[in-house]
Design a binder for this molecule. Sequence first.
Ligand code: PMV
Length: 311
Amino acid sequence: MNIQSFSAPAKIILFGEHAVVYGQPAIAVPIREIRAYASFSLNADSKPGLHIVAEDLGQTITFDRSSEENPLSFAVQTILSHLGVEPPNLTIRLRSQIPLAGGLGSGAAITTALARAISAASDISLNNEQLNRMVYEVEKQYHGTPSGIDNTVVVYEQPVYFVRGHPIERLAIRTPFQLLIADTGVTAPTKIAVGDVRTLYETDPEAVQPMLDSIGTLVRQARLAIEEGKVEILGMLMSRNHELLQQITVSSSELDRLVNAAVDAGALGAKLSGGGRGGNMIALITKDSAVEVQQALIKAGAVRVLLTTIA
Ligand code: PMV
């Protein structure tokens, strides 16, 4: 049997989550070593239709236009209508190493891999711009009012400096740096945190706007530090970004515990990453502090710690 496989990476937001929804810049990078995969095989005539086997979700669906409330069916429907094709006769297997609802872009990566598989099976070549638009449509269904940063970094698989509604700017990383990504083990839907920030903003814009502006200012400083290879400044900016995220109520006791443990153990800085309230945090480390910070994170409750190099 001829099987073709497609994939897309996880992502982390280094700076600027939430404020990016309100027009501030944000910086995100792909995490290439954790990925979502979609492989397809053509069905025998005896088994017509489009079947999706989502191994990690324990779900098998046979695509049917009327079942849009299922997120996978909605994604497939959006992809097919963008491509302008009828459902092909396929079985698609989805597999993901990216934890769900953890701030690592699992939804965008699964949709991207799925869209790559369906377009290849339909003999349609997609450029990244078309693919990005498609994945954004699906993200809107999951997140309500997404800024578009997740789909952009996952589809292009490049570090980006992102401003909502502006052309994508790639980010050159002058000096590679190392991060630990630690999972609180708490799943937290981004849509709820984003909605709560919206309520806070609408209730008290005079208090919230300056916090969002301060996040924007530090994202611009972080961009310069990354482009100039000034890694030591990045740690300080990360910790300051975390404090501002606490103020807009998207941290949690589990995230704060991991952030404090990382800094106490020698990290240059640490912050939550993504929607917050749970999910993952990141800590900037040096070679000397790596082991100690990793152990401190596990002791403080992290269920998984991943070391990655941003280059
Ligand atoms: O939780 P994630 O990985 O989907 O990241 C969401 C980032 C936010 O800024 C909170 C929302 C958005 O749409 O940009």
